[in-house]
Design a protein around this ligand. Sequence first.
Ligand code: 5RP
Length: 218
Amino acid sequence: MLKQKAARAALDLITPKLTTSSIVGVGTGSTTNYFIDALAEIKHVFDAAVSSSEASADRLRGHGIHVLDLNATARVDVYVDGADEVNSARQLIKGGGAALTREKIVASAADEFICIVDESKVVDTLGAYPLPVEVIPMARSLVARGLVGLGGQPVWREGVVTDNGNWILDVHEFMVADPLAMEAAINNLAGVVCNGLFAVDAADTVLVAGAGGVNPLA
Ligand code: 5RP
């Protein structure tokens, strides 16, 4: 399983750097779930985890890993998470699991961001995967009109409520030529909480699992 191999490679990469005072940031999704399960093997090596979702926090606690609120720690040493798309600049689309806001917060707090993906996630241009945008519920239509103005086709992910009590719009037909500029433009729409472009907080390392093994994105 490629996702599992990427997760294992991340564990191998971070283990030598961890100390008993280290705080490990943990993302959300099926690839990250493999990482959480692997992390349990070395839970005595680091101090605690900070989680990007209630689901990951539950899984971490299920393994007996101490989960800290981000407000309770001055730093996060390393953050490990999956992605929906990755480009050659290590910029990402995230949020397929609706956890993008907390993911971006923990990624931003971390000294190092390691992204783990299988090779199907690597693209030339971000945007074939519909871009998730977390919105304040009362602003859903307003933000949707703003996203149309930016060139996209937003679709409400009906029935999904984020851990923060908000809603998700998925923006289709939205190839992103300039991720840094588009991340900022979407953030400027009133009612947007966060968008799934991780350009400011691009990954430091992307571990890509494929038929030839797991390799860092060049
Ligand atoms: C959740 C995310 C996930 O990292 C992304 O959706 C990838 O998920 P998976 O590892 O299940 O393919 O951003 O909000």
